[in-house]
Structures are given as structure tokens and as C-alpha cells.
Design a protein around this ligand. Structure first.
Ligand code: GAP
Length: 445
């Protein structure tokens, strides 16, 4: 069903309906940076809420955190990001002078069956420089002048804020391992290769949870989180057959990880990472203990046992989850000989749940429709739309995935019923206005 989808169509739909579009467009845009418009924000918020629900509301072993984006610069020395968070960069010495990730060029050459030792510029065929490491962290300064000690970094992952607050959180949360700390927030990486729409951007939101466990339980909890996280995407409506778990090879592992598996989705660009689930061992807590001089361990007051917990980390990208939902839900069909684009999102993920449409702009229908809309919107996101033909209005709602269209017509004015149209089955049933909100709420689940 989703064979019709391509990245170009997703980009076009997002722009056309104002979900997501290039940032700074009036200045010609800025590389790998996008803004979310009204429907994009609503969709993103639904993902955020679903993540918090799974992490906090439906469990009692995880607490929430919102740590600062700019942390003490020693953080990144301890975490290894200052020394090791880099990509191999090559630059074209020919005409175009563009820069590329050498590892990406190698992968592409191998996929084409070419010798990865004989790389040339993929744009102009020019000679390439030797690779040199390029740190992905954005640097800035605190205070008006750049001087020693004033350099700070925009966090490249939200995880480190959680490790810095491990001791504080342990103190007030009244938890003991196994327990987790979860947060959602912006991270920043100076990515040099053009991404595929919002797949790879300079700033992006991560949904990360660090789960602290006794060392001998790490493998068990790693398996637990791999299963949980795969299932979570299915509960968002994502096609199970387009999700897979791929363990990292030894050469791919991050400096902190002893085992990582990626949840991958079959995007139109091929299987690509959606979330990483890593066993970070005790690397981070030990590093921060050493660099800060603080004891970062768990002491069992009953037994006197003390240990540095190991960490299992499900780290998801919010933008990538939004992109997954869009790609997975995108469909095209034909109604009455007319081509239609429709997002078959689960109702609970749809930006707008119900659109209330007066059939004609007279005979009291607009006022009646507006009153129904005003009642509905206290229960769910709803829209009132009186502009254009009814067909056009349905098409507009289909494109943003609105599951239910409610039409007010001449019969409504006589018997106080409306037509309730289903986005996917196109079935239309008459429902009394007095029962409408409950009917939709029960369909919403
Ligand atoms: N704390 C572990 C960590 O940051 P990661 O695999 O580098 O691991 C986790 O990032 C997730 O964040 C990725 O699976 C992806 O969904 C998202 N992500 C990473 N870099 C991104 C980028 N430049 N643009 C959009 N999302 C990104």
C-alpha cells in the first residue's frame, strides 16, 4: 500500500500543507534545518505524548528530567565527545570544493561494486584530500569575549545531562536500580552531509532514557528494552514488516558501548536507523566520577552493597519518528475518478481528529457547524472549515490524516443529525449531534 511513497512526495506534502518546511526560507534556507508548522507541531506533540506515556505514565520505574543544553565543558571531556565525536572528512580538490564524509563515500562505492580505496568527488569527479577528523559539536562562548575557559558546547546528545544529574535524581526520586531517567530535548550536531529531509538535521530532538541496572542484569534489561521499543513503534501504527532490529558490528560501536542494536525502518531511502538501544556499561558514570571527583554509585542501605550501575539506553529521534509516521501513513487512491493523497495515520496520532464542515454557507448551517466544532474541540483537536467545495475540503483533511469528517447539511437543521465520514473506508453514517463527541471519543480509544 505504501509503495506509492517517495521522499520527494513526503517533502512536497509537508511543504504544501505546512507541516514541515525549510528554515530561513526568505534568505534562501540554511542547510539541513527545518521548521515545523501547525500540523507538524501537532503531529510531533502526539509522538512526544506517546513517548512520555510509555516511559512515565505506564511504568513506575522511570522519572522525568529536563536538563540544560549547555553544560559544564568538562562534561564533554569526560564523555569522550571532545576527543572522539568526529567524522572523517574529505574535501574535493577539483572544481566543486565540496566536503563529504569519507565513510559514506566508501559505503556508496562498495554498494556500486567499486574500489573504496579509489574515491573521487561524487559531484565533479575531482581528486579528494586525505580524510581528517571533524568534530561534530557546535562550539560557542559564554560571555562577551572568547578567552580561556569560555568555550562551551551545544550538547550533541541529551544523555550526558542525565548522567550529570544521576546522583541528584537518585537522592529525590526514591528509586533504586533498576530505574530510569528520561528526557526529551534538542541536540545539535554539525552534520556535513546533506540529509534526507528531516532524517539528518543540524538540530534535532532526541527522546532518550538511561536505565540504571545492577551490572549482572545489564544483558537482561538490554533485551527487555529492545523488545519494548520495537513494540512501541507498532503501537504508533507503524507497519511491523517495515521495522527491524539490527545489531551493530564491532567496528560500528560507539566508544562507550559494549553492544548496540538499531531499530531500523524501511524509509523510501532504504533501511535506516530510527533508534539506537545501547548497553553503555558503566562507562559514563565512571568517567564523570573521575572528572568531577564525585562518587557516582548506588549504595544499598539495607545490605551495604555498593556498585556503579550499568546503563541501558534507548535513544530515539523525534524527527525521525515523525518522518517514519509520515512515510508509513502516506497513501494515494482514487475517489470518483479523482486522485487523492491520504495519510492513514492512527486517529490518536493524527494532528486533527475531526473536521466540521457545513455543506453550504447559508440556511444556518455555518452557525450550527461552528457550534458543533466548539463543543468537540474541548475533547479533541478539531477544525471548522467552510471554504471551498465539500470535495476539496475532504481532500485537504485527508492530506493531513484527519480521520473523521462531520458534515452539517439541510437534514441536520431538521433532525439534529450529522454525516460522519471515515477517512479510510469512506463510509458515511448519520449520527445524532448529542452523541457525536462520545462516538468519536470511543473510536479514538
Ligand atoms: N545518546 C546516544 C545517541 O545520541 P545516536 O544513535 O547518535 O545515539 C540517537 O542518536 C538517535 O537520535 C538516532 O537514532 C536518531 O534517531 C537521532 N539522531 C541522531 N543524529 C541525528 C541527526 N543529525 N538528525 C536527526 N536525528 C538524529
Amino acid at each position: 500500500m505504501t509503495d506509492v511513497v517517495s521522499m520527494d512526495k513526503i517533502v512536497a506534502l509537508c511543504k504544501r500543507r505546512g507541516l514541515i518546511f525549510p528554515a530561513s526560507e526568505i534568505y534562501g534556507g540554511i542547510a539541513n534545518t527545518y521548521d515545523y508548522g501547525h500540523y507538524g507541531v501537532l503531529l510531533k506533540n502526539n509522538v512526544v505524548n506517546a513517548w512520555w506515556k510509555a516511559m512515565i505514565q505506564e511504568r513506575d520505574d522511570i522519572v522525568a528530567l529536563d536538563s540544560a543544553i549547555i553544560q559544564h565543558p568538562r562534561t564533554w571531556e569526560a564523555s569522550g565527545h571532545l576527543a572522539g565525536f568526529s567524522d572523517p572528512l574529505v574535501q574535493c580538490l577539483g572544481k566543486c570544493k565540496r566536503r563529504f564524509r569519507e565513510d559514506h563515500l566508501r559505503e556508496e562505492a562498495e554498494a556500486r561494486g567499486e574500489d573504496p580505496e579509489k574515491l573521487v568527488c561524487p559531484v565533479c569527479g575531482g581528486e579528494l584530500t586525505e580524510p581528517r577528523p571533524f568534530n561534530l559539536m557546535f562550539e560557542t562562548t559564554i560571555g562577551p569575549v572568547r578567552e580561556e575557559g569560555s568555550t562551551v558546547y551545544l550538547r550533541p546528545e541529551t544523555a550526558q545531562g542525565i548522567f550529570l544529574d544521576f546522583k541528584t535524581t537518585l537522592g529525590f526520586a526514591r528509586k533504586k536500580p533498576p530505574f530510569g531517567i528520561a528526557q526529551i530535548g534538542k541536540s545539535f550536531r554539525n552534520e556535513i552531509t546533506p540529509g534526507n529531509f528531516i532524517f539528518r538535521t543540524l538540530e534535532f530532538e532526541q527522546m532518550e532514557m538511561e536505565f540504571f541496572v545492577a551490572p549482572d542484569e545489564a544483558d537482561k534489561w538490554h533485551r527487555h528494552w529492545m523488545e519494548q521499543r520495537m513494540e512501541w513503534y507498532v503501537t504508533l501504527g507503524v507497519d511491523r514488516d517495515k521495522l527491524r532490529l539490527r545489531p551493530h558490528g564491532a567496528d560500528e560501536l560507539s566508544h562507550y558501548s559494549s553492544a548496540t542494536s538499531d531499530i531500523e525502518y524501511l524509509f523510501p531511502i532504504g533501511w535506516s536507523e530510527l533508534e539506537g538501544i545501547a548497553n553503555r556499561g558503566d562507562f559514563d558514570l565512571r568517567q564523570h566520577a573521575e572528572y568531577s571527583g564525585q562518587k557516582l554509585e548506588y549504595v544499598d542501605t539495607a545490605t551495604g552493597d555498593r556498585y556503579v550501575p550499568h546503563v541501558i539506553e534507548p535513544a530515539a529521534g523525534l524527527g525521525r519518528t515523525v518522518l517514519t509516521l509520515l512515510c508509513d501513513a502516506y497513501d494515494e487512491d482514487e475517489i470518483g475518478g479523482e486522485r487523492r493523497t491520504v495519510l492513514r495515520l492512527l486517529p490518536r496520532m493524527a494532528p486533527v481528529k475531526a473536521a466540521v464542515l457545513p455543506l453550504v454557507n447559508k440556511d444556518g448551517q455555518p452557525e450550527k457547524a461552528r457550534a458543533i466544532y466548539e463543543e468537540l474541540r474541548s475533547r479533541m483537536t478539531a477544525e471548522y472549515d467552510a471554504g471551498g467545495s465539500i470535495g476539496k475540503r475532504y481532500r485537504r483533511q485527508d492530506e493531513i490524516g484527519t480521520p473523521w469528517g462531520i458534515t452539517v447539511d439541510h437534514q441536520t437543521m431538521e433532525d439534529d443529525t450529522v454525516t460522519l465520514r471515515d477517512r479510510d473506508t469512506l463510509e458515511q453514517v448519520r449520527v445524532p449531534v448529542s452523541e457525536l463527541a462520545d462516538e468519536l471519543a470511543s473510536r479514538l480509544g
